[in-house]
Design a protein around this ligand. Sequence first.
Ligand SMILES: CC(C)(COP(=O)(O)OP(=O)(O)OC[C@H]1O[C@@H](n2cnc3c(N)ncnc32)[C@H](O)[C@@H]1OP(=O)(O)O)[C@@H](O)C(=O)NCCC(=O)NCCS
Length: 156
Amino acid sequence: MADKSDGWYWSEEGVNFHTRKWVRPEDLNANGTLFGGSLLRWIDEEAAIYAILQMGNHRVVTKLISEINFEASALQGDLIEMGLTATRFGKTSLTMRAVVRNMITRERILTIEKIVFVNLDDEGRPTPHGYTDITYDRDRMPREHPGTGTIKLPSH
Ligand SMILES: CC(C)(COP(=O)(O)OP(=O)(O)OC[C@H]1O[C@@H](n2cnc3c(N)ncnc32)[C@H](O)[C@@H]1OP(=O)(O)O)[C@@H](O)C(=O)NCCC(=O)NCCS
């Protein structure tokens, strides 16, 4: 077990690191390091899942991704972990902060201060989500399956 004084447990307040990725050959750029586009795809997907679970709706879309600061890279075989936290609940939107770090080198790979997702209705228009704070549970899990429309999933 790592010692907390070694810097690995540095503070990323409120950020939960749920998802880990294994950097594979198809994720590399011509420089032989992690391709930024792969990383952004992973983050956008992670943010979409987070937004669905926070706003309780499958119909959420990326509205804005703020400046992306790539601080360090990763090599083939590295393990990286991604973390998100909600920083603002708007009326129809949710703003998140993202952090990605390299589990092998213990460097921070990037931070994104603002990722904004918007909650949509069936016509694709912004609609209020009605939430003001973070849930750490699965209590807002959407009940309707996006592919099957009106068929309700079992309650939980
Ligand atoms: C998402 C979309 C429906 C929003 O439409 P819109 O006309 O901007 O809607 P609104 O002006 O009502 O804004 C909706 C919310 O987004 C927020 N928003 C709009 N522009 C923003 C911006 N540039 N930065 C941050 N938040 C923004 C608004 O503040 C509002 O949030 P709030 O209700 O919590 O205050 C529309 O822009 C769209 O369809 N974009 C494409 C989304 C997409 O397809 N994404 C996938 C990547 S291609």
